[in-house]
Design a protein around this ligand. Sequence first.
Ligand SMILES: [Zn+2]
Length: 320
Amino acid sequence: MKNDLLKICSLFATDSPSILPRSLAHRFIGGKKYTTVKLTSIHCGYFKLDGGAMFGIVPKRMWGKMNPPDENNLCTWALRALLVETGDRKILIDTGIGNKQDEKFRSHFEPREEGAMFASLATAGVSRDDITDVFLTHLHFDHCGGALWKNEAGEVELSFPNAVYWSNEPHFDWAMNPNAREKASFLKENFVPLFERNRLRFLEVKDNIEFVKNFHVRFFNGHTEALMAPLLRTPQGSVLYCADAMPSRWHIGMPYIMAYDIRPLVTLEEKARMLEEAVRGQYILFFEHDPGAACGTVREDETGRIVLDRTGALKELIGG
Ligand SMILES: [Zn+2]
């Protein structure tokens, strides 16, 4: 069964860019042709994680001022997805935690406002049925938990019944056979049902692959195996959905690497490379977990260090 699925998946992945209809609206900016890409930040609630785990080797004396912890040393983090509308595709990048976890889980991570995902999509004029693709950057619970939803009858159903759900094969295998450090993050109830219902598709692991027009994918191996970070090209600028390669504006600083990361020195290299590229390309960085700033830009200071420049909501920074 798995082999069959893989075959379908690779077919789908290879053919993916050509699935878009030829009749797509195009815009011409500066002589360059762009497919119209509309981006909307989607609020999927908040949760809490230990400040020490999120800031790694950085002393509490420093991070405590940035994101003040509660009496249990837990800091509040956002769950921020991104809606990408292009052609006839409505793609949701990540889904937050969802609502199906038990009280023990909830007491550890204190999720709240999980239903905001649907409300936020509705505000953008998009219903659950409209979503064509759910792009899962990786399968840790705070990124894919909302792919499935517990309904009022207590049954778990697909959050987006008409969507295909995207991961990649090395990452899926990694999540199915987790190491002891990541085991608590890979909850099988979040992704095995997607596989069993034949809704999961795998993207080829090839850096900068074009998923759909103007939607490229960058791969990162520091946080987990083959994390996928979308790079979206719009006429107003490029937006990098950083996912956990850089979860907040504070993680721009080189020593700020999460203790969760499986390969911290790889994160260090990947982050340095990503930030240099972001300066050159004037990228808007989209932060999935930053509780206060959805997006930020970076610049090189007088000493050559890359630092945070501006922060703001996506619509404030795009084209600004
Ligand atoms: Zn995360």
